[in-house]
Design a protein around this ligand. Structure first.
Ligand code: MF3
Ligand code: CO
Length: 239
């Protein structure tokens, strides 16, 4: 899981370094694919439930599952990149939203609040806590900052399968759901909207957008529950 996590985080960092005006989302996807393969791993998303690429690249009002294509990134876009890699039979899964050139102050704040909501959530990713303690902490932080959490997609257990039990929502009352036990590996992934939390899926069956056309950001890591602090598995040597 650690090795899969490092490879996945490396792919995310590479994708982030490519986000700039003039680049297409397909170019980023190809780099992600080739990097994962070069590490002796497999892109977890490629062909998963028929998904046609190695990365999900979701621009502006696209919340998740944006399919890489010829779309050219422009100054001011916010670009969510979600990647997964399978090494030795185990998956890593992580995502982050990157600014393309300089973006509006409100877009910057959305990206920062989304990232911080993950860290607020994992304060409760400890043995003895329940899953929804994480959920509640994410929601409380996001809403205190004037944004909303997506309800219809959630985090999840991750291991020999990309998606395993338990579901890890980003909203809800605390003290519910399974108890966390050391050795569990879960993907905590707040998806945060600037306006309403409602989303809809386009006709391609993947691309998920905000119903109000406002911006959305995403931040995800695969983490390990331990005796003490959670260990973030989707990290690179540099961070
Ligand atoms: N990475 C997504 C998640 O965090 C899943 C991507 S769906 C896929 O759960 F089809 F692209 F794989
Ligand atoms: Co995930």
């Amino acid at each position: 899981m650690r090795r899969a996590g490092r490879i996945t985080a490396g792919a995310r960092a590479l994708a982030g370094s490519m986000v700039r005006p003039g680049v297409t989302t397909k170019e980023i996807d190809k780099a992600v694919h080739d990097y994962i393969v070069s590490q002796g791993a497999k892109p977890s998303f490629l062909h998963y439930a028929g998904y046609p690429a190695s990365a999900c690249i979701s621009v502006n009002d696209v919340v998740i599952h944006g399919i890489p294509d010829g779309r050219v990134l422009r100054e001011g876009d916010i670009v969510s990149v979600d990647v997964g890699a399978c090494w030795g039979g185990f998956h890593g899964d992580c995502a982050a939203t990157f600014a393309c050139g300089s973006v509006s102050p409100e877009a910057e704040r959305l990206i920062a609040v989304t990232r911080q909501s993950f860290f607020e959530g994992i304060r409760f990713a400890r043995q003895g806590c329940r899953v929804s303690d994480i959920s509640h902490a994410v929601q409380t932080y996001v809403e205190a900052n004037g944004f909303s959490v997506v309800r219809s997609f959630v985090g999840h257990g991750v291991g020999e399968e990309l998606h395993e039990a338990p579901e890890v929502p980003n909203f809800g009352a605390p003290g519910r759901g399974p108890r966390l036990i050391r050795g569990m590996t879960i993907a905590v992934e707040p998806m945060v909207n600037q306006g309403t939390y409602d989303v809809r899926v386009l006709k391609d069956k993947w691309t998920t957008v905000t119903v109000d056309g406002k911006l959305s950001a995403h931040y995800e890591n695969t983490i390990l529950i331990t005796d003490g602090e959670p260990e973030i598995l989707t990290v690179t040597e540099e961070n």
